[in-house]
Write a protein that binds this ligand. Structure first.
Ligand SMILES: [Zn+2]
Length: 400
């Protein structure tokens, strides 16, 4: 066995000796037989230092890092001893291994690394464990190693609801608007969901928060006002533009109902083009959009106003932004389009939250980035049933 000695450094456990390494080439497994080094280990009690008597022994098999394609197991005898002096009961096992561990920490850490780059149900193709075990270990490692979120010295928060999966499960997400760090993930989108997070903050942590970016609708406003009464509420650009896209879609559908068969098909395919930023459209899509706007007065006006509305978030001075908003509302009302008039009224009511952007500059970029990553994470985390795990995966991604 000329290859065996070179493998030995892989299994260095202080106080333990490798007796031999067996290979089963049929099942592609390696077994590392270890025994305790009696010369070094005298079964001393870790509390008082007295000698310990062995109460019982148990044969253990612990999975370790694979050697190439061979799944590898450590075989050894664990001892349970009792201190004659202080009566402490202790288990002597491999260093770094908890008494009932099924696998070494380094294997769990390795699996956790793999889970960062692939879905956990793909892990069994590389490591001889089930997808469920991969997920459990990944969660265990992340809980131990990920730093907890920073809740001190927060300036601005972004709060959003996220619908994931087909069953319309809603999550409430709280982000640090400046760093993008995910501070909280809660089930549901009610006031109580956000209460959970806000009531967990200390008075000092609350005091540093100056502004909170939220959607106009929804139930978060009540929670923010209750827990953070002195904080400015900002209606961020992302949500307002998303609301506006819904309005455009209402107009598009109305036009579609009125159109003849040939035009129906044409209008139907344009939803994407209307929502996308024009600079992100392919030339083909761009010319299709142009054609649609040329033949449809209402959609054309709504589309032009959308482009204009985005300018609202370019102002530094509140007075200028206010003047711009007045002008926009006037233009929208003048179109005579019912959907736009209604939206304009809503903006007028939301004025304070819109203009506070000038002072607090919460950008919605972090929410947009978050929306982009959550899908990928749900895929890698093999679903979203375990909310704690999902939260860990999101924090891991953001910590990059
Ligand atoms: Zn003792």
């Amino acid at each position: 066995m000329s290859t065996t000695p070179s493998l030995r450094p892989m299994f260095t456990f202080s106080g333990w000796i490798i007796e031999n390494i067996d290979f089963d080439w049929e099942t592609l497994q390696a077994f590392v037989n270890l025994r305790i080094d009696g010369r070094k280990q005298h079964f001393k009690c870790s509390h008082c230092g007295s000698s310990m008597g062995t109460m019982r022994t148990s044969e253990r098999v612990v999975q370790d890092l694979p050697i190439g394609v061979l799944s590898t197991h450590l075989l050894f005898t664990a001892f349970q001893g009792r201190c004659a002096h202080c009566k402490t009961i202790e288990t002597v096992t491999l260093p770094g291994l908890s008494p009932n561990a099924q696998a070494t920490e380094r294997l769990k850490t390795h699996v956790s690394h793999l889970c960062r780059y692939m879905p956990c149900d793909k892990i069994p193709e590389f490591i001889n464990i089930s997808g469920g075990t991969a997920r459990r270990w990944d969660k265990e490692v992340l809980m131990k190693t990920l730093p907890s979120p920073t809740l001190d010295d927060l300036r601005a928060l972004l709060i959003d609801e996220k619908s994931i999966g087909k069953g319309h499960n809603y999550l409430t997400v709280v982000l640090n608007a400046d760093t993008g760090e995910t501070l909280f993930l809660g089930e549901g989108k009610k006031k109580e969901t956000l209460d959970q997070f806000l009531s967990s903050l200390t008075e000092e942590q609350k005091a540093s928060i100056q502004c909170v970016g939220i959607d106009r609708g929804g139930s978060y406003q009540a929670s923010v006002k209750q827990h953070l009464p002195n904080v400015a509420i900002v209606y961020d650009k992302f949500h307002i533009i998303a609301n506006y896209n819904t309005v455009i879609d209402q107009i598009r559908r109305r036009e579609w109902r009125l159109a003849d068969e040939a035009n129906k098909k044409f209008i139907k395919g344009q939803r994407f083009n209307l929502f996308r930023n024009p600079e992100n459209l392919t030339p083909k899509r761009e010319s299709a959009l142009k054609e649609l706007l040329a033949m449809n007065e209402d959609l054309s006006q709504a589309y032009i106003l959308k482009d204009m509305l985005k300018q609202l978030w370019t102002y530094t001075y509140e007075a200028c932004a206010s003047k711009f908003l007045d002008n926009w509302i006037l233009l929208a009302k003048e179109t005579g389009i019912a959907e736009l008039k209604k939206f304009a009224k809503g903006l007028d009511r939301a004025r304070e939250g819109l203009l506070s952007y000038c002072r607090h500059r919460i950008t919605s970029a972090k929410i947009e980035a978050f929306n982009g990553t959550i899908k990928r994470i749900v895929y890698k985390a093999c679903g979203y049933n375990d909310l704690d795990y999902l939260y860990l995966k999101i924090r891991q991604e953001a910590a990059k």
